[in-house]
Design a protein around this ligand. Structure first.
Ligand code: ZN
Length: 588
């Protein structure tokens, strides 16, 4: 073991969802070697305490067992001993999400944070890993990972290597029987690994993803250095999710989101393309252009930054924009994606309560730990961040007389922070926005990012020759200002300032009857349809086990659907601006 730290991962009982892992350290700390597992995974800002899935932990120096003491929830310390020291432990792996580890008799997947302990004090040292086939695995099981092979054949079990712990945990590993769709982008081999049963049209997938990847590469000017890229895609009946890594991403999608043989882009397929586009954009924005507080990552506890909206919101803006710029979808399809984002923000009152800076900073304890009142108190730094990015892009275009755009700022972010590996200071994005464009954008940041001011999206879109209006197909609806918990008659959230709040309803109340008619989970909407705004009614509900009656007055429901349409009568300058905005980066 030339480089001193060597891991091995296998599974003798895959059916019990257990990985067996060992870590051998040639020269352990003479004061007693410590090992830790991360509390969170970069890209998902919640403390997950991965160490809680460790089932057993033992240490050996040669054949001799070494005493191990646990120091806290995620740290083990071995008694001082002469090397080499080997720790062996089992990890329960039954988390199908992109943030976890999973093994059964048909497939396996892991993120390094779930299974590989860090050797304290040696995080910067190179490591090797033997990935072994689980017991009973069929001969056609393969391995998909962008970790560097060191003896392992392509797609094979065997030895892999990483330059340090950070690299080790940034290459998730998929194992089992899977399909591979290959294509080239920026002269680098890209693969979509499809695990799970599917009927996807592979050529179509390769063609569309290549165009989207080319668009992102052209926008930034280059693909970061890498040997190859993989979308590790788990195909399920239900599910959705993605997590970015330095040269791969883990995706979960529904079977019907993969393309069929038609040449139309269905809504489900558009959603999949948007997800893949999002994770790919992260190759630049958050994997390499990162907040200073993540440089390096401190994975034992929360790391707070006001910039998550830059990394997730701006990425959410460009993920869909790349679909239209690359020509995979048309402008009207893109406009409906923008209107969905606007509706997602404006239909939840939290956008009036929390700023994007605060939403970013408190993501750990608010966005990722929702309560009954979260819709009132919390705004998504993804959706509103995307809307703010759109507004900022238009402001820059308009005020610089179309000399600059957000694209120029993102390219400068790549040159200044991404290529250099220097972390983005908390005021770094705003400063670059101002210096690149020569504009004073502080008032915009005060209002849109640090404040909860109106983004004036309707006026902004007008500057692109686009009209925004409530969808005329939406009929006025009456509402009581609360949301039921899915599939139940229990009140999930009472919206601030609405009719339910005025009448005294509370989250948790179990609705029983409206004007004497029984309430059911599916029957609530049809029941309410007969009331118009201003009507009154008696609503019966149980609060815990006590029956209560409420006199309610119906409100007009806020509009939930918006429509964006190209305004053919817009001034020529606005139309030209719109065309420049939607133009492929490959043609600039
Ligand atoms: Zn993201």
């Amino acid at each position: 073991m030339a480089n001193g730290i060597h891991y091995r991962i296998g599974a003798s009982r895959p059916g019990a969802h257990v990985f067996e892992v060992s870590c051998r350290v040639e020269e352990p700390d003479p004061a007693g070697q410590r090992f830790t597992l991360p509390a969170w995974i970069p890209g998902s800002y919640l403390v997950r305490d991965y160490a809680r899935h460790v089932l057993s932990f033992a240490a050996f120096a040669g054949e001799e067992e070494v005493v191990v003491r646990k120091l806290d929830k995620a740290t083990w310390r071995c008694a001082p001993c002469a090397g080499p020291l080997t720790v062996r432990y089992e990890v329960y792996a039954f988390d199908m999400s992109v943030r976890g580890a999973y093994i059964d008799t048909a497939r396996g997947f892991f993120n390094g944070v779930c299974v590989f302990v860090a050797v304290d004090g040696r995080e910067n040292q190179a490591v090797t890993v033997d990935i072994e086939a689980p017991e009973g695995a069929d001969d056609d099981w393969r391995v998909a990972t962008t970790m560097t092979p060191e003896g392992a054949d392509a797609w094979g079990f065997g030895r892999y290597a990483a330059a340090d712990y950070d690299e080790l945990i940034d290459h998730p590993v998929e194992m089992g029987c899977f399909d591979v769709v290959e294509y080239d982008a920026a002269g680098v081999q890209h693969c979509v690994v499809l695990c799970g049963r599917h009927h996807a049209n592979r050529d179509r997938l390769a063609t569309d993803l290549a165009r989207i990847c080319d668009e992102h590469v052209a926008m930034f000017g280059e693909l970061p250095h890498m040997q190859g890229y993989m979308f590790l895609t788990r195909v399920l009946g239900e599910g959705y999710g993605g997590l970015e890594h330095r040269s791969s991403s883990a995706l979960v999608c529904r079977r019907d989101e993969l393309p069929d043989d038609s040449d139309k882009v269905s809504k489900p397929y558009r959603r999949f393309l948007g997800l893949a586009s999002h994770e790919y954009f992260h190759l630049w924005n958050v994997k390499r252009i990162k907040p200073a507080v993540f440089t390096p990552y401190k994975l034992d506890a929360e790391s707070h930054t006001e910039l998550l909206w830059v990394f997730e919101g701006i990425t959410s803006y460009y993920d869909d924009l790349a679909l239209v710029r690359s020509g995979v979808i048309d402008a009207s399809s893109y406009f409906s994606l923008v209107s969905d984002t606007i509706a997602r923000v404006l239909s939840v009152p939290g956008f009036r309560s929390q700023s994007l800076a605060d939403s970013s900073f408190d993501a750990w304890t608010k966005f990722y730990k929702p309560t009954e009142t979260s819709p009132n108190a919390v705004v998504s730094y993804y959706a509103k961040g995307a809307m703010a990015a759109l507004a900022l892009d238009i402001v820059i275009r308009e005020r610089s007389d179309d000399e600059f755009s957000l694209d120029d700022v993102m390219r400068a972010m790549w040159q200044t922070y991404g290529r250099t590996g220097q972390g983005v200071p908390e005021d770094g994005f705003e400063e670059l926005c101002c210096s690149v464009t020569g504009l004073d954008l502080t008032p915009f940041f005060n209002r849109a990012i640090r404040g909860t001011g109106d983004l004036e999206i309707e006026a902004r879109l007008a500057a692109l020759g686009i009209k925004l209006a409530p969808d005329p197909r939406e009929r006025p609806r009456s509402a009581l200002g609360f949301k039921l918990k899915k599939g139940t008659t229990h009140v999930g959230t009472v919206f601030n300032g609405g009719a339910a709040e005025a009448a005294g309803l509370s989250a948790g109340d179990e609705l029983v009857a409206l004007d004497g008619l029984k309430v059911s989970p599916d029957g609530w909407r049809p029941l309410v349809r007969h009331y118009t705004p201003g009507d009154t009614a008696t609503l019966h509900a149980f609060r815990r086990d006590e029956l209560m009656a409420f006199e309610v007055t119906f409100d007009l429901a806020p509009s939930r659907r918006w429509k964006l349409v190209a305004d053919e009568e817009a001034p020529t300058a606005s139309v030209a601006r719109r065309e420049a905005w939607l133009l492929s980066s490959t043609l600039r």
